[in-house]
Write a protein that binds this ligand. Structure first.
Ligand code: ATP
Ligand code: MG
Length: 308
């Protein structure tokens, strides 16, 4: 199968929207442009205002278009792990003509058969991830295409998610004037990108520390086995700083990035000026004090993830 061409990935985050444009040639993905713009209409990773989100998506896509010097029509979007469910499924189809080789269509059909499931009305299928195929009882087959047989089975994982979240994602992308060619589960895409083959095989936990949420995902045997979303992230660290130091959110964000450490022991006792609400003169705050505020929230987030 020839997959060459341009691929555009879209990641809609709570604080920023990222777009990556890549060209796939001769088996290699080359990034040719990226765009990143502030997000809008997104709360804790979920689109809550379709109009605002679509405008923000458009801005990020336009920025990537300028960098890559191409026109973007279609995107592959990441879907956050919020409320996604993964459950094992099994599908089976009969191949009517046993002399014919199993092809793409049969794989699609067996995967559809596996996803026919008693779903609650508010859930819908996001993806079916095959673990193995079984042709006439021979199991452990990764790709059955080109084989012959009378019975094709598939074992895999069914990923389902709340209809509302998926609907809002699709609507915002459509309203931004884009076509949605595929939806991928974000932690799975992340795992495939940052983990090497051994790490994906042996078993690894990835952590995506976002702004509005922090996601842990267990990847084992090259499959996404489990995800846990802690509904807190960097935005909460910024809010804590703003409340404790009595400074604006913008200031808090800036000093967090410039002077903050996640581990207070690493911070120095050097002081920096902070503009405090209701005072004319800036107040001196040490890096250590700032980092203690950050550490408290980070410890809470990471402990919660660990306990789950
Ligand atoms: N240098 C830095 N030091 C500390 N925090 C940072 C730094 N750079 C970014 N952040 C924080 O990371 C968060 C943004 O991360 P990211 O872009 O992954 O989130 P997002 O995708 O918009 O949100 P989410 O995935 O939760 O929907 C913000 O809270 C920001 O303050
Ligand atoms: Mg994110």
């Amino acid at each position: 199968m020839d997959n060459s061409g341009i691929y555009v990935g879209l990641d809609i985050g709570t604080t920023s929207i990222k777009v990556i444009v890549a060209e796939y040639v001769k088996g290699q993905m080359n990034v040719i442009g990226v765009g990143r713009e502030p997000s809008d209409g997104v709360n804790r990773g979920v689109i809550v205002d379709i109009d605002k989100a679509s405008i923000a998506i458009k801005r990020a896509v336009e920025s990537a278009e300028r960098k890559a010097n191409i026109q973007i029509h279609d995107v592959v979007a990441g879907i956050p792990a919020n409320l996604l469910r993964i459950e094992p499924v099994r599908g089976m189809i009969a191949i009517s003509d046993s002399s014919r080789e199993i092809g793409n269509q049969d794989v699609v059909e067996v995967s559809n058969a596996a996803s026919v499931h008693n779903l609650p009305p508010e859930q819908e299928v996001v993806d079916v991830l095959p673990d193995e195929f079984i042709v006439d009882g021979f199991d452990g087959i990764k790709d059955p295409r080109g084989m012959v047989g009378v019975r094709l089975e598939m074992n895999g994982g069914l990923i389902t998610g709340p209809k509302t979240i998926i609907h809002n994602l699709k609507s915002a992308i459509r309203q931004a004037g884009l076509g949605l060619v595929d939806v991928v589960v974000s932690p799975l895409a992340l795992g495939r990108t940052i983990l090497n083959d051994g790490e994906q095989d042996f078993g690894t936990i990835t952590l995506d520390l976002g702004a509005g949420q922090s996601t842990a995902a267990v990847i084992h045997d090259h499959h996404l086995k489990y995800t846990f979303v802690e509904q807190e992230g960097g935005q909460f660290v910024t809010k804590d700083i703003s409340v404790v130091l009595n400074t604006s959110l913008d200031n808090a964000e800036q000093i967090k990035q410039q002077y903050g450490y996640a581990v207070a022991d690493q911070a120095s006792s050097d002081a920096f000026p902070v503009n405090v609400v209701g005072q004319n003169e800036p107040v001196a705050v040490t890096e250590k004090y700032l980092s203690e505020i950050i550490e408290a929230r980070m410890e809470q987030i990471l402990t919660n993830i660990k306990n789950n």
